[in-house]
Design a protein around this ligand. Structure first.
Ligand code: SAM
Length: 448
């Protein structure tokens, strides 16, 4: 069998493996075969797709349960998004750079960075040079081992002469990529020129209640970002792929203010993380600065074609009833929640009643479903509630009560919610799967 066939057969196997450990072992044997065959490196570009991120990401999804993936936020970045993130800093990268990914997983972002580093003639000298540039941490040893080996193959694919006996020996040269806790080991940032990250998005214990209120849990991406931007030195460049909730969620207003006081940069909307993960992401990129006075434009400026916004004509709030939590106490009232109200209709709630001691709402008013995704044909699905009795409204609704008390204003808002202006506006403003009161308040409004 010729070298080319040999390599393609090895990499073909890599593409078909069904567990992460097999993938890892195959990387070892691919290296051994390559080392024992003459001129192997010449053929590697042909096989580069076999160790691409998409394949690793598939294996990771197959090797862990959903609960495990969620618990540690194990969602690796696809090739395109990793390339996009690296592009923000590529022109400043050199063998003098020091780039850290503090939650590096299988190395997708570090690999995207390595593509902008020069190679030397031999594998050993290339890895020695790269090892001074590439820094990575991850809780999971399996990911660290795979990350290092993939970087070794990345160098080989760039055409270097393979002069190291085993892939383990080669991987060991990458001495700054190690297991560690990205949150606890944050203090060591002084040497860094760049930090790049797609941190976990799982919820962790809230230790900064001054920034995001007293909730007991907080998105760990917010913690990673805050800690690293605080600890890097001025002029260090920062790039992070972050969940949409940090860009538009009310709960993270304090986080956004804190970040923009020390980072001069921008937030670039990217859309869905990948075809399997229903979370929209944005890239936060910029330079640490001692005291920044220029605000980050978290939301693109939207030039409304309409004269008013919803809060000019309506008081906007969230329904008060938390059905599973609130006791059945107080007067019995009509009770509405998304399943018993028809979308886009005017209705008098008659079908269900419940006792509720909290805030009741006097009709007429409009309810808008909070659950809302950028992939929906309408972001603000509304209904008009009329009738004489005050209503108990569940908290999956956002309520718009007309300041005029007029039913006509409610019907106008219903039509307004169907419009392309509303969809465009909300898709620009909020890409989370839930609408917020502030998003609804600022919907452009057409009123006579
Ligand atoms: C969203 S993945 C991103 C991996 C990689 N940066 C990429 O872009 O493909 C997050 C990674 O963070 C790791 N992780 C979770 N908590 C961590 C922590 N406290 N310190 C370091 N790594 C952590 C997970 O094991 C996972 O590999």
């Amino acid at each position: 069998m010729g070298n080319k066939q040999l390599l393609n057969s090895i990499y073909g196997d890599l593409l078909r493996v069904d567990s992460l450990d097999t993938h890892y072992n195959n990387l070892n044997s691919a290296y051994d075969t390559l080392r024992s065959s003459r001129d192997g490196s010449q053929q590697l570009p042909e096989a580069s797709s076999a160790i691409c991120s998409t394949e690793l990401n598939r294996l990771v999804r197959d090797s862990f349960s959903i609960d495990e993936l969620r618990k540690d936020g194990i969602y690796f970045t696809g090739d395109d998004l990793a390339k996009h993130a690296a592009n923000f800093i590529k022109k400043d990268l050199s063998l003098k750079s020091r780039v850290l990914d503090p939650a590096c997983g299988g190395g997708n972002l570090l690999i995207a960075i390595s593509k902008h580093l020069p190679v030397k003639k031999h594998l050993k000298s290339t890895l020695e040079a790269w090892s001074k540039v590439l820094y990575g941490l991850d809780l999971n040893l399996r990911f660290i081992n795979i990350a290092k080996k993939r970087i070794v193959f990345e160098a080989i694919m760039r055409g270097v002469v393979v002069d190291i006996d085993s892939v383990d020996e080669a991987a060991a040269l990458l001495k700054h990529i190690n297991t560690g806790n990205g949150i606890e080991d944050v203090s060591n940032c002084k040497e860094l020129t760049h930090v790049i990250m797609n941190p976990p998005y799982n919820n962790i214990k809230n230790s900064f209640s001054d920034l995001w209120g007293t909730n007991s849990l907080v998105n760990s991406a917010a913690v990673f970002t805050k800690l690293y931007i605080e600890n890097i030195t001025p002029d260090t460049q920062f790039v992070a792929i972050l969940p949409e909730v940090l860009r538009s969620g009310n709960r993270y207003i304090g986080w956004r203010n804190n970040i923009q006081s020390i980072l001069r940069g921008r937030a670039v909307l990217k859309g869905k993380f990948d075809s399997k993960t229903d979370v929209d992401v944005f890239v936060l990129t910029g330079r640490k600065i001692a005291k920044n006075t220029k605000k980050i434009q978290w939301v693109d400026e939207y030039i409304s074609p309409l004269k008013y916004i919803v809060s000019d004509y309506f008081n906007v709030s969230v329904g008060a009833v938390v059905a599973y939590r609130d006791k059945l106490e107080g007067e019995s009232s009509p009770f509405i929640y998304p399943k018993n109200v028809e979308p886009w209709k005017k209705c008098i709630p008659r079908s269900e009643r419940r006792r509720f001691k909290g805030r009741l709402v006097k009709p007429p008013f409009v309810v808008i479903r909070r659950t809302s995704s950028p992939s929906d044909s309408n972001r603000a699905v509304a209904s008009v509630i009329s009738g004489k009795e005050k209503v108990a409204v569940e908290n999956h609704f956002i309520i718009c009560s007309p300041k005029s008390g007029s039913l006509k204003d409610c019907l106008d808002l219903l039509e307004n919610c169907k419009s392309s202006v509303t969809n465009e506006y909300l898709n620009n403003y909020i890409r989370c799967r839930h609408l917020t009161v502030s998003a609804v308040k600022t919907i452009p409004l057409d009123m006579e």
